[in-house]
Design a protein around this ligand. Structure first.
Ligand code: AMP
Length: 285
């Protein structure tokens, strides 16, 4: 396994692999790797002859009062995990290389889905995400890039960007990897103390409750679903809910009535950790 820091060298490495008719698979991450990241890595290794995993904590996607400075960083351990999981390259550009003095260009969208959910609560977040992902795609020149369903809105944003800007890369979404108790793996779980960690699985349980209401009890009223989630979480001691929404699976627009497919998404704060999760539900017709 090779570690590459320089973007030019990274591009050269991918081009060499492609010249040998290898497909380049790409897993962009912010590091502090866990089994969720490794699932994406394993998918890429299984499907592509050459796999690149990037580690870059992207300042452009953090708000001023967010956790950029404290975001967990574990580079040595990450390199070991990548090696053990058969990555060919770990790309770890520096901030200076990604955003040199004079950097002025960002990728943005005026789509409605940017103004809801995480996009509404974290202004500028997806602009930062699109910009860094576009840059990484231009550097790595991957054939296939792997993203996690845990970041559902990010998946929508990235897929639209790739289509709108004719980027020659296929996006594959990978199901959320969870702890045994249902908590979605996240680098931010490291912020949880023991009592918070004990509460955290109720996030997933509240989504499963919503799923049962929609599928088994035929509840169509989205506001009833949202109220039940909030009541359930409050009962379990999770009061700081940033948003909970029932939305269209493609447009992400909030639904009033559920008929057919929908996605239930939420973000909660547990101490220092801001945790997100979602569940897609297909309603019986
Ligand atoms: P991050 O390092 O948090 O930016 O995540 C990098 C990639 O890993 C993104 O595509 C995430 O959606 C994905 N990811 C993070 N957590 C999980 C998880 N628990 N299961 C599957 N994918 C995940």
């Amino acid at each position: 396994m090779e570690r590459i820091v320089n973007p030019e060298k990274m591009r050269e490495n991918s081009r060499t692999a492609k010249a040998l008719s290898k497909r380049v698979g790409f897993v962009p991450t912010m590091g502090s790797l866990h089994q969720g990241h490794l699932e994406l890595l394993q998918r890429s290794v299984a499907e592509c002859e050459h796999t690149v995993l990037s580690i870059f904590v992207n300042p452009a996607q953090f708000g001023v009062n967010e956790d950029y400075d404290n975001y967990p960083r574990n580079i040595e351990e990450d390199l070991e995990l990548c090696k053990a999981n058969k990555a060919d390259v770990v790309f770890t550009p520096t901030q200076k290389e990604m955003y040199p003095n004079g950097f002025r260009t960002y990728v943005d969208t005026n789509a409605d889905y940017i103004n809801v959910l995480c996009g509404e609560k974290r202004p500028g977040h997806f602009r930062g995400v699109m910009t860094v992902v576009a840059k990484l795609f231009n550097i790595v020149e991957a054939d296939i890039a792997y993203f996690g369903e845990k970041d559902y809105q990010q998946g929508i944003v990235v897929k639209r960007m790739v289509e709108d800007l004719d980027m020659p890369v296929e996006i594959k979404m990978v199901p959320t990897v969870r702890e045994e108790d249902g908590l979605a793996l996240s680098s931010r779980n490291a912020y949880l103390d023991t009592p918070q960690r004990e509460k955290a699985p109720f996030i997933r349980k509240s989504l499963l409750l919503a799923k049962r209401m929609i599928k088994e009890k035929d509840v169509c009223d989205a506001s009833e679903i949202k109220r039940s989630i909030l009541d359930f979480l409050a009962e379990k001691g999770i009061e700081d809910v940033e948003y909970v929404e029932v939305a269209d699976t493609d447009s992400l627009m909030p639904l009033k009535n559920i008929n057919g497919r929908c996605v239930v998404l939420l973000a909660v704060h547990l101490g220092e950790a801001r945790l997100i999760d979602n569940i897609t539900v297909e309603k019986r017709r």
